[in-house]
Design a protein. Structure first.
Length: 254
């Protein structure tokens, strides 16, 4: 993905990483369409950031994705980048069956089925563009699990493998597949995450991501330095120690 000259749709970008990335990419000379569920947030974005387009979309709803994608393509036929940003993250206790199933189902619908439906809705249009990108959003937790978020970890691992597989299938077409792999970032994704000393400041994350895209437009995986500890534990041969450090355990999982 080149850093400028694109028309980019980012569903799930009314706050946090999505919104700040949308603003940064707009500032780099891209036309940006932000998608989200809440009409009041979309109106606020339009008012506060002239030039940013918005559209209502619920990425947990197949009909909403179908309707919004048709409208985006009709109103922005130059669209050549899809960034599937929407995601949720909830703690779950799988030792208490009544405490996790609803959360797990919602997480799979939002984090995995949503991006699958979005890509399905846009892939043919993107293939018609001379230079197009699908950007998925996984996580450092796709590679090193956080004990309290099993479904989130699993969906992000699935997004990683989906990205790898789509890249193989789309090889030889005009569409490239890149995977953004955030570490913990200071947003409201989880309660207390914004204030966490472990979380990377949002502005620093966005600055580094934009710099990585600019320096390597063909990057398969977009990794800030902070995520590499989680991403490469297995490759380094210290996976157990990495899991333990993330979860404040001893290396044997206790």
């Amino acid at each position: 993905m080149h850093i400028s000259g694109n028309t980019i749709f980012i569903p799930g970008a009314t706050s946090g990483i999505g919104l700040e990335l949308a603003l940064a990419l707009h500032a780099k000379g891209n036309e940006v369409i932000v998608g989200g569920r809440r009409a009041e947030l979309l109106a606020q974005i339009t008012a506060e950031h002239p030039g940013i387009h918005t559209i209502r979309i619920d990425t947990t709803d197949a009909d909403s994705i179908r309707d919004a994608s048709s409208r985006v393509i009709a109103e922005h036929p130059e669209l050549n980048v899809l960034i599937a940003m929407a995601g949720i993250m909830h703690p779950e206790d799988w030792t208490r069956p009544e405490g996790f199933l609803a959360s797990a189902e919602a997480t799979v619908t939002t984090n995995l089925l949503g991006p699958i439906r979005l890509i399905a809705a846009f892939v043919e249009h993107l293939r018609s563009r001379p230079d197009a990108t699908i950007m998925t959003v996984s996580s450092g937790l796709a590679f090193t699990p956080l004990r309290i978020t099993p479904s989130y970890n699993a969906t992000k691992a699935a997004i990683h493998m989906l990205s790898e597989s789509l890249r193989l299938q789309l090889a030889g077409t005009s569409v490239t597949v890149s995977e953004l792999e955030p570490p913990s970032v200071a947003t409201d994704l989880m309660p207390g995450q914004r204030e966490s000393a472990f979380a990377m400041p949002l502005d620093e994350f966005i600055t580094e991501v934009v710099g990585l895209i600019e320096s390597d437009p063909d990057a398969r995986e977009i990794q800030v330095e902070r995520v590499k500890f989680l991403r490469y534990g297995e490759a380094r041969g210290d996976y157990a120690e990495t899991v333990a450090a993330l979860n404040h355990l001893d290396p044997h999982g206790n």
